[in-house]
Design a protein around this ligand. Structure first.
Ligand SMILES: Cc1ncc(COP(=O)(O)O)c(C=O)c1O
Length: 365
């Protein structure tokens, strides 16, 4: 999101590497990092993990521990990393274990319920059972194409959570590119738990999860009430000194409001250029954008849920487009048709992506 070796992160890592990699003790950088996380994302309390998968796993565990409820609600088409509880699909209205999983022997539907994104009535119905610890979602689905929330959807989910005693856990690992502080901060939504990974430490293995003071009290109480022993939360190298140094440098010097503005400006240009090429060729396609991130979708409007998003995928065209770009010196990560504009993208870079795209369309039709 911020380039492959942000200089501030590379410097911080070199300095820290000379002074210690890991201690298995709280590091002095924690105070600064805590303040930066609170300042950036708005929540007061934070824990660290090594990956967004782990952060989600731990956040889910806390949600079950504090509510005393067994189930998790996720949306069809979701991806939250290698977290077993979330690797489920909606098939004929039923929650089923994702068929592609390797080595899974448990029926994941026992602990998770799946409903379609943007369907508040389905959320209400699922939460009414009274056994859902948390709703885990990205503010927009970003792993099955891009499915933006309908206006008020996430706020509606939060209101339903409050009515039914469930927690709202937002995974902003991707939607952090919506703008500085992520989607929730920009939209004034304060979730019970918030996960950010991947780019949060400039590309070093590190992830964070934040929560409210009230939830922190409930977490302390749950831990205090449990017998001594393993909690199932945390790993030896979580919050190692290198991760902390990278996190501090990224939050203080790289992930800045100015960077977010540059990303949004570039993304607006790229979206306009791609959309102009589509319109010029009279194709019924669209470029759906969320802040600095966008998705070319083979349908005229943004999809409302994963079923619509899946229905608009065209694997052969995507593969041909990525190869076309690659053969002309533009390497776009071949992850469906997602594009993410970093702050250092120049107008010339973006114009080249658009010009090659236009030529591709000319060759295709
Ligand atoms: C929204 C979201 N959350 C969490 C993850 C897991 O991240 P990691 O693979 O770094 O654990 C991913 C990975 O793609 C993701 O897209």
């Amino acid at each position: 999101m911020f380039g492959h070796s942000p200089p501030a992160v590379a410097r911080a890592l070199a300095t820290q590497a000379a002074a210690g990699l890991t201690t298995m003790l709280p590091g002095e950088l924690l105070t600064d990092v805590g303040a930066l996380l609170a300042g950036t994302f708005g929540l007061p309390r934070w824990q660290l993990a090594l990956s967004a998968s782990d952060a989600n796993r731990f956040a889910i565990r806390w949600a079950r521990a504090v509510t005393g409820r067994p189930r998790l609600l996720v949306f069809d088409g979701c991806y939250h990393g290698t977290v077993d509880d979330t690797l489920v699909d909606l098939r004929d209205g039923r929650t089923v274990t994702r068929v592609s999983l390797l080595g899974q022997v448990h029926d994941l539907a026992l602990g998770t319920v799946v409903v379609p994104f943007n369907d508040l009535a389905a959320v209400e119905r699922a939460l009414a059972s009274g056994d859902v610890a948390a709703v885990l979602t990205e503010p927009a689905l970003t792993n099955c194409g891009l499915v933006p929330p309908l206006p008020g959807f996430i706020e509606g989910v939060q209101a339903a959570c409050r009515r039914h005693g469930s927690l709202l856990l937002l995974d902003e690992t991707h939607t952090v590119s919506t703008g500085h502080g992520g989607w929730a901060r920009l939209h004034g939504v304060v979730p019970d738990l918030l996960v950010v990974g991947k780019a949060v430490a400039g590309g070093m293995p590190c992830a964070v999860y934040g929560f409210s003071d009230e939830l922190a009290d409930r977490m302390q109480a749950a831990k205090g009430a449990a017998p001594e022993g393993h909690s199932g939360i945390g790993t030896t190298l979580s919050a190692n000194l290198l991760a902390l140094a990278a996190l501090k440098a990224t939050l203080a010097e790289v992930n800045t409001p100015a960077a977010a503005q540059a990303m949004a400006r570039g993304a607006e240009r790229l979206q306009a250029g791609l959309q102009a090429a589509i319109t010029g060729r009279r194709l019924p396609w669209t470029v759906t954008r969320l802040g600095a991130r966008m998705e070319l979708q083979f349908r005229p409007t943004a999809p409302r849920d994963a079923a619509e998003a899946r229905g608009a995928m065209a694997g052969d065209v995507e593969a041909a487009l990525h190869l076309w770009w690659l053969n002309r010196g533009v390497l776009v990560t071949p992850f469906h048709d997602m594009l993410l504009v970093p702050p250092m993208a120049t107008d010339n870079d973006l114009a080249a992506v658009c010009a090659h795209f236009d030529a591709f369309l000319g060759a295709l039709i």
